[in-house]
Design a protein. Structure first.
Lengths: 110, 113
């Protein structure tokens, strides 16, 4: 079946860039997503990218998609302590459902 | 708009007890979902409802049942709780199945002893 993999932890210093990586197996995914989960809360959509795009930029966020390697990344520029959260990569399947990665816990140290 | 609401927020059950988790959305969405979140495993889909009147199994349906009561409400029932069902449960909704965004509730933290 489809699989989405992420590393579990990332620690950065405030002001640095953060890069969260994700690999997936379902090459038919049309949309790929990044969701953010703050402590004690549900998930919120952060950004998404269509499979026919290589890059999408949205303020401090840059999403890169390498379809050949089935690799998705999320770069957060000028990372702030408020960015500390769990970030989930998700891919849309051709049956209309989302497959989530394990989540990467981002810790931002002042 | 409240978005997606879930009750209760916390629950402790003994093994073998039953309970129903409630979920409601006020966005007039057609599709609704139940996920469980376990450390290191991300979110796994338990059941989903593409539209009112339909329900389908997701990745981990064993030990659960669901009811799509109407367009707004989608409940998850544990008939005989087991410690392996200790988890955080999230309900989500989307405009239609395959919509690019799912909206999540705040979650229910369930402990089964």
């Amino acid at each position: 079946g489809e699989d989405v993999e992420q590393s579990l932890f990332l620690s950065v210093r405030e002001g640095d860039s953060s890069v969260i990586n994700c690999t997936y197996t379902d090459s038919s995914s049309t949309y790929l997503y990044w969701y953010k989960q703050e402590p004690g809360a549900g998930l919120q959509l952060l950004t998404y990218i269509f499979s026919n795009m290589d890059m999408k930029q949205d303020q401090r966020l840059t999403v890169l998609l390498n379809k050949k390697d089935k690799h998705l990344s999320l770069r957060i520029a000028d990372t702030q302590t408020g960015d500390s959260a769990i970030y989930f990569c998700a891919v849309g399947t051709n049956r209309g459902k989302l497959i989530f990665g394990q989540g990467t816990e981002l810790s931002v140290k002042p | 708009n409240a978005g997606v609401t879930q009750t209760p927020k916390f629950q402790v059950l003994k093994t073998g007890q039953s309970m129903t988790l409630q979920c409601a959305q006020d966005m007039n969405h057609n599709s609704m979902y139940w996920y469980r979140q376990d450390p290191g495993m991300g979110l796994r889909l338990i059941y989903y409802s593409a539209s009112e009147g339909t329900t389908d199994k997701g990745e981990v349906p064993n030990g659960y049942n669901v009811s799509r009561l109407n367009k707004r409400e989608f409940s998850l029932r544990l008939e005989s709780a087991a410690p392996s069902q200790t988890s955080v449960y999230f309900c989500a909704s989307s405009e239609v199945l395959g919509s690019y965004e799912q909206y999540f509730g705040p979650g229910t933290r369930l402990t089964v002893t």
